[in-house]
Design a protein around this ligand. Structure first.
Ligand code: FCA
Length: 327
């Protein structure tokens, strides 16, 4: 009997370094995000907190806007007795360093939103990841831009597309590539589809990118705008406003649906027309829960989970946000 118990303990210790922490107290996980000031990430945190409350574990919310902060956050989590972390990394190229450090410190990783990259640029397929169906969501943005352009009867000859791009990030490139492909497939002339690379993925970054394009193309009278997320489109819309474009001459469609709520609430419509609302709940609650069950019960999450989006605009956003527990 004692022999069996001892054998079981030895086996546990050998195969599961986290069991020591688990025995010491409640399960603790980190939830690290790259842009804590953006509502999308605040909502991920909010839903992770909800999972922690409902399932009985602890979540430590950490902002890591750069690599240095990310690596020290991981060290601090380990020192504080955490057993794993969910992370949206500030730079996907940090993937190999993050994996090596987490392994050394005995922490499990679940990457959310932005997938880790190998040094050759390919995705780190061995790292568990929950992201969005980026290409499909991008395509739905492109199709919706085309449909709204037709509804508003924009003349094809003076209408152009601005795709605010950030090709360094896979999920961003897949989104804008998808939008462009859908526009071309529905008959938009590729000659009038322009890419405006943003240097930083925030509103000032896309504002600057769009301003350059507007200077280069004074002949364009109507703009369709897409990008990686709401901020990319918001910055570009602000740039068109700065150049005197009226709201009805611009159709911007974002992605996230969480970072454009104030825009939809403005008394008058702006050029920011719609957004593909992603599931902040799945990205926050489900990731935290998956990691918790992995630590607690050894239940490994799927290697890849992709979530979908639903289109929202001024007419339906309030109800949809309420349905999703965001408002
Ligand atoms: C990336 C973007 C975020 C959000 C998330 C799902 O991390 O930067 O805005 O779209 O993917």
């Amino acid at each position: 009997m004692i022999g069996t118990l001892l054998a079981a303990c030895t086996k546990r210790a050998a195969t599961s370094p986290v069991s020591d922490h688990a025995a010491a107290g409640p399960i603790k996980i980190g939830f690290i995000v790259k842009q804590p000031e953006v509502p999308w990430f605040q909502l991920e945190w909010k839903f992770a907190d909800q999972a922690a409350r409902e399932l009985g574990f602890e979540v430590v919310k950490i902002a890591a806007p750069d690599g240095e902060k990310l690596l020290s956050a991981i060290d601090n989590l380990a020192a504080g007795g955490a057993q794993g972390f969910v992370v949206c990394t500030p730079d996907t190229r940090l993937g190999p360093s993050v994996v090596a450090l987490a392994k050394r410190r005995g922490l499990k990783i679940l990457a959310v939103d932005d997938r880790f990259q190998n040094p050759d640029g390919t995705p780190m397929e061995g790292v568990h990841y929950l992201g969005i169906s980026a290409r499909k969501i991008g395509e739905s943005v492109g199709a919706a831009l085309q449909a709204e352009m037709i509804a508003r009867k924009f003349p094809a000859a003076d209408t152009a597309v601005c795709a605010v791009t950030f090709d360094e990030l896979d999920t961003a490139k897949a989104r804008t590539d998808g939008a462009i492909a859908a526009l071309v497939a529905t008959g938009f002339s590729p000659d009038r589809i322009y890419q405006a690379p943003q240097k930083t993925t925030d509103i000032p970054g896309s504002f600057d990118a769009m301003n350059i394009l507007l200077t280069q193309h004074p002949e364009v009278k109507h703009w369709l705008i897409c990008g990686l997320n709401d901020s990319a489109v918001l910055g570009a819309v602000r740039a068109t406003e700065g150049r005197g474009f009226a709201a009805d001459k611009v159709i911007g469609i974002g992605i996230n649906g969480t970072d454009c709520i104030a825009e939809f609430e403005k008394s008058k419509p702006t050029g920011f027309y719609a957004s593909s609302l992603l599931s902040a709940r799945q990205h926050g609650y489900e990731t935290a829960k998956m990691l918790f069950l992995w630590i607690k019960e050894g239940k490994e999450p799927p290697l890849v989970t992709n979530t979908v989006g639903v289109m929202i605009n001024r007419d339906n956003f309030a109800q949809t946000l309420e349905d999703q527990g965001i408002r």
